[in-house]
Design a protein around this ligand. Structure first.
Ligand SMILES: [Zn+2]
Length: 94
């Protein structure tokens, strides 16, 4: 079982790679399927982060962060069902 700390390390590396591509393997399954999408305020560039693996559908959420330039961002002012890109229903590692 991959720990939250391992996911946090992977998140830190992915954050520094924005806009990507994210070349690191998933801390859980090892596949290069990591995705990092932010939901936030496009003017202030703050929000929260969704970080997950498209292969094993595990990941973490980061509650409040500065959004880096050129990141993939959902506009928090839109209704959640209209926000793009879609985020799968992945399992949060605690
Ligand atoms: Zn994975």
């Amino acid at each position: 079982m991959t720990t939250y700390d391992q996911w946090l390390d992977a998140y830190s590396a992915a954050y520094d790679m924005v806009p990507g591509p994210l070349m690191d393997g998933c801390p859980n399954c090892g596949r290069r399927c990591l995705q990092l999408v932010f939901t936030g305020d496009l003017d202030r560039m703050v929000g929260y982060a969704h970080f997950w693996c498209d292969n094993c559908l595990q990941g973490i959420g980061i509650s409040r962060t500065t959004i880096p330039d050129d990141a993939v961002i959902q506009d928090i002012r839109q209704p959640s069902e209209q926000r793009e890109p879609k985020i799968p229903n992945y399992r949060l590692v605690q």
